[in-house]
Design a protein around this ligand. Sequence first.
Ligand code: SAM
Length: 238
Amino acid sequence: MSTRRISSEKARSLAPGSDHYTAYVGPPSDYDYMGATQFRLLCALGLRDHHRLLDFGCGSLRAGRFFIPYLLPGHYYGIEPNSWLIEEAIRKEIGADQIQIKRPEFSHHDNFDCSVFGVEFDYIVAQSIFSHCGVDLVRKGLSAFAESLSPNGLAAVTFIHPDTPQEVRPADGWTYPECVGHSPESVYQLIEGASLHGQPTSWEHPRQTWWLLSRDSKRLPDADQELALMGKVLNPSK
Ligand SMILES: C[S@@+](CC[C@H](N)C(=O)[O-])C[C@H]1O[C@@H](n2cnc3c(N)ncnc32)[C@H](O)[C@@H]1O
């Protein structure tokens, strides 16, 4: 029997990748946290309401349900091949009125083309996308981001770094819901190959590592800014 229509409370016990909008995108008990942390990170990185944001692989709007009300109408863009996830999120989380008021744009292709909206993005977020991509797709995604990021733009993406090289699964293509690891050295090479600059950041993630990418190296946080991003400067007592 399909679990798609069960309540979110009941869905909390489903395995990641299951057929429910809160579970398909990851552990369902993390649905709230994993959306909020993306919104907090992007705000800490300077996201304002007039910026244009691409939520690449936006899933069931786990983060979109925070970004869409915050951004000006027409400034949120989502790419997601599984359109049912967005439909469920509109039905259960956001409501059709919000869509009418804020006019987010969605595309449902899976070919990694980020130029479909004809927009240069101030910010791109890709949470738990490259953690399911072989090297071929990481390469494709990073090139697409480089093409669609504004010269002063910033992308926040996540990777899994296995503890030992044996855990790296170099398979090409999309692996789901299982994950694919990439070593930090390999990520640096792939970023450089896409003519981007990038560095890992210590912004908290329960299972992965956040990386920041830009076309201009000066756009990446320096050591002091990285500390501020972590709240260590803003909350020195913690
Ligand atoms: C682990 S989920 C993360 C979803 C969302 N970023 C979040 O944090 O909630 C991965 C998402 O990538 C989507 N996806 C699969 N293939 C894709 C592709 N070629 N391009 C963009 N998204 C893709 C899946 O449908 C799924 O919604």
